[in-house]
Design a protein around this ligand. Structure first.
Ligand SMILES: Nc1ncnc2c1ncn2[C@@H]1O[C@H](COP(=O)(O)OP(=O)(O)O)[C@@H](O)[C@H]1O
Ligand code: SF4
Ligand SMILES: [Mg+2]
Length: 308
């Protein structure tokens, strides 16, 4: 197939802020017009600090949240609502599973409900998935979620997503709640599954080490807008947008002399018109009062800055 398998165009999602009973309600624009495309089998990182709209965007892509505007297409067909071919893996493994249902039953459900398999076949298929994600079914299938470690629960979350036979996974910070010692194993599992099944993955993370380990392209989100997008190695080694540069500088690097702090985000009231990064940008100039548009620096490298 040519063309993207999953394509989002101009997605917008706002939330009402608590305000006075009468008078205008303020709307927080969590996602302000994002376009993204994923090719079959590709792994795209979505990075950005907390509150930049990553989860809101991911939930729209899997149909758990409805966009205020914009379209999502899977293999060219417009999607509305949750769909089998696009599945989510969640950050909070405990909240993602029903605490009173055995993890085996949770993984069987998509086989029973979505794929309409008879019970015995659904169980056999679910057990095979347990084995694939590294959980011997004879030990783990009949357990309740609380009797598993975070890493084991995340393996169940992955198995449950795979049970719908998806073509696309949206993984929302899938390792950030896990012990450092198990992170690499879970990342390895994602990489193997992608190679084995040709799964496209949107990998949401704020950890740039993870970005390098498991993705080929990266999109950088700032206040609900993509500010830079391109091949992972290029964007990580030679970030062009001042925000990507600040993100990179804020992650721990082997040489402490290279680490610089990022200024904290300004309160909403301090947002100036123009470029959304203006209040924090070390390169800001009068021209930045006009919002920059996302443009091509190179055929596969997008940037939204007047001076990059
Ligand atoms: N259900 C909601 N109601 C109100 N505000 C929300 C809701 N979900 C997210 N937000 C707000 O939208 C912004 C983006 O949030 P989120 O998508 O969770 O960001 P991220 O995943 O990058 O941390 C934040 O300011 C957050 O407070
Ligand atoms: S447009 Fe101006 S404020 Fe925005 S990132 Fe570029 S230099 Fe900074
Ligand atoms: Mg989030």
């Amino acid at each position: 197939m040519t063309g993207p398998i999953l394509e989002a165009r101009d997605l917008v999602r706002g939330f009402r802020l608590p305000g006075p009973l009468f008078g205008p309600r303020r709307i927080l624009r969590a996602v302000g017009g994002v376009s993204l495309a994923l090719a079959a089998g590709e792994s795209l990182a979505l990075v950005g600090e907390s509150g930049s709209g990553k989860t809101t965007l991911g939930r729209m892509l899997v149909g758990l949240s409805r966009p205020d505007a914009g379209t999502i297409r899977f293999r060219g067909e417009v999607l509305s609502g949750p769909q089998r071919p696009v599945q989510m893996v969640f950050q909070d493994t405990a909240a993602a599973l029903n605490p009173r249902r055995t993890v085996g039953a949770s993984v069987m459900l998509p086989f029973l409900w979505n794929r309409r398999l008879p019970r015995a076949e659904a169980e056999a298929a679910a057990r095979a998935l347990f084995a694939r994600v590294g959980l011997p079914p004879e030990t783990f299938f009949a357990r309740l979620p609380h009797a598993l470690s975070g890493g084991q629960r995340q393996r169940v979350g992955i198995a449950r997503a795979l049970a719908s036979d998806p073509a696309v996974l949206v993984a929302d910070e899938p390792v950030s709640a896990l012990d450092v010692s198990v992170r690499a194993q879970i990342l390895r599992l994602f990489a193997d599954l992608r190679a084995e099944r040709g799964l496209a993955t949107l990998f949401i993370t704020h950890d740039l080490g993870v970005v390098r380990a498991v993705t080929q392209r990266v999109a950088v989100l700032y206040r609900g807008q993509v500010v830079e997008q391109g091949p992972t190695a290029q964007v990580m080694d030679h970030p062009r947008h001042p925000y990507t540069q600040a993100l990179r500088a804020a992650t721990p690097v082997p040489d402490p002399a290279r680490a610089r702090p990022t200024p904290p985000p300004p309160p909403d009231a301090a947002i100036l018109p123009g470029c959304p990064f203006r209040a924090r940008c070390p390169a800001a100039a009068p021209a930045c009062a006009t919002p920059p548009v996302l443009r091509n620096l190179a055929p596969d490298h997008l940037i939204s800055c007047h001076f990059a």
